[in-house]
Design a protein around this ligand. Structure first.
Ligand SMILES: NC(=O)c1ccc[n+]([C@@H]2O[C@H](COP(=O)([O-])OP(=O)(O)OC[C@H]3O[C@@H](n4cnc5c(N)ncnc54)[C@H](OP(=O)(O)O)[C@@H]3O)[C@@H](O)[C@H]2O)c1
Length: 312
């Protein structure tokens, strides 16, 4: 009861204190947004875009605030730690008393390699950030959003949340998990005024490839494939969509009166359509042909796949 009263009082104070516009020309009252993994790439672009649009933004990084000017506040956060998540959300509540938008962006991948080249520990580690990180953050902010009777949760998925990705099986598995979790959660929370969406970028030009974790159980069997795919991955990320395109999509989803569940981005739009409308058998055949998966066991994939079927 006491906690509820304190929350109500601090909500009132914060809401009244934040009635001024802090954006440029978007004519909105400042809403409070929290963006995980805002030190680079998609998270940074999203935090900056939301700030320009008038949100008061808290971005996070495991390293906390870095030197240099930022258009948003920075909180230290490791999404794999319960304590760290609780501390960051507690600090946000202490400062603002409410949260209107959570963007779950923090994530990484194991470098392209055979699925069997990652130990169970490594498989758990990627799920710990890409999936359980989202679960932790959601569990931490949902009670406050329920008290408010409003809120938006936007999860950064991937086209590999609806497409298979051979040699990035664990990453694809985490992003498929994000899709299932998000859709289910959206149904649960809708009557509480909370909506959940997934953003589905294709390959995007960020530090994603520089932050790939090397597989920890390498097999000679896949040595050549790994080398060929590493080059291909680098080229794909470099030629990818701009992170600002993803950021714009996040903003659109956050502002939509009736948000959609899924927002494919850039090249992801065509891939999403293809996945929905091409019959499964035809998709399977064309996918294997495109990635040259048949006929040459252990021959590395050397051709750059066309945009249609390839993206992280
Ligand atoms: N780039 C692509 O082609 C692409 C395509 C589709 C989807 N995505 C998704 O987009 C998201 C962002 O990736 P990006 O491409 O922008 O990569 P990035 O430039 O490597 O950024 C990753 C961010 O995640 C943060 N992070 C990593 N582990 C974390 C942890 N345990 N706790 C908190 N923060 C953590 C990093 O922050 P610190 O290191 O500062 O903590 C960094 O800010 C990921 O979910 C990724 O799967 C990327």
């Amino acid at each position: 009861m006491k906690e509820a009263m304190q929350t109500t009082l601090s909500n009132k104070a914060t809401t009244e204190g934040s009635r001024m516009k802090i954006g440029t020309g978007d004519n909105m009252k400042s809403k409070i947004a929290l963006v995980t993994g805002a030190s680079s790439g998609i998270g940074k672009a999203t935090a900056e875009r939301l700030a320009t649009a008038g949100y008061k933004v808290y971005g996070t990084s495991r390293r906390g605030a870095q030197a240099g000017a930022q258009s948003f506040e920075v909180l230290a956060l490791d999404v794999t730690s319960d304590e760290s998540v609780e501390a960051a959300v507690r600090e946000l509540m202490r400062r603002e008393g409410r949260i209107d938008l959570l963007v779950n962006n923090a994530g990484f991948s194991v470098a392209p390699s055979g699925a069997e080249e990652s130990s169970i520990e490594q498989a758990r580690a990627i799920f710990e950030t890409n999936f359980f990180g989202i679960v932790r953050m959601t569990r931490s902010v949902a009670p406050q959003m329920r008290r408010q009777g409003s809120g938006r949760i936007i999860n950064i998925g991937s086209v590999f949340g609806f497409l298979p990705m051979p040699f990035m099986a664990l990453y694809a598995a985490t992003k498929h998990a994000v899709e299932g979790y998000s859709e289910s959660l959206d149904h649960e929370l809708r009557t509480r005024g909370i909506r959940v969406s997934v953003i589905e970028p294709a390959n995007t030009n960020t530090r994603f490839d520089a932050n790939l974790l090397q597989p920890d159980a390498k097999l000679d069997e896949y040595r050549e494939i790994r080398a060929a795919l590493a080059k291909q991955m680098e080229a794909l990320v470099e030629s990818g969509d701009k992170p600002s395109l993803v950021a714009e999509t996040v903003l659109n989803a956050a502002r939509a009166a009736r948000p959609k569940l899924r927002y494919p981005v850039g090249r992801g739009v065509a891939l999403s359509r293809m996945r929905r409308f091409v019959p499964a058998g035809m998709f399977d055949k064309s996918f294997r042909k495109q990635f040259q998966l048949d006929g040459h066991v252990n021959t590395p994939i050397t051709k750059q796949p066309t945009v249609k079927n390839s993206a992280p």
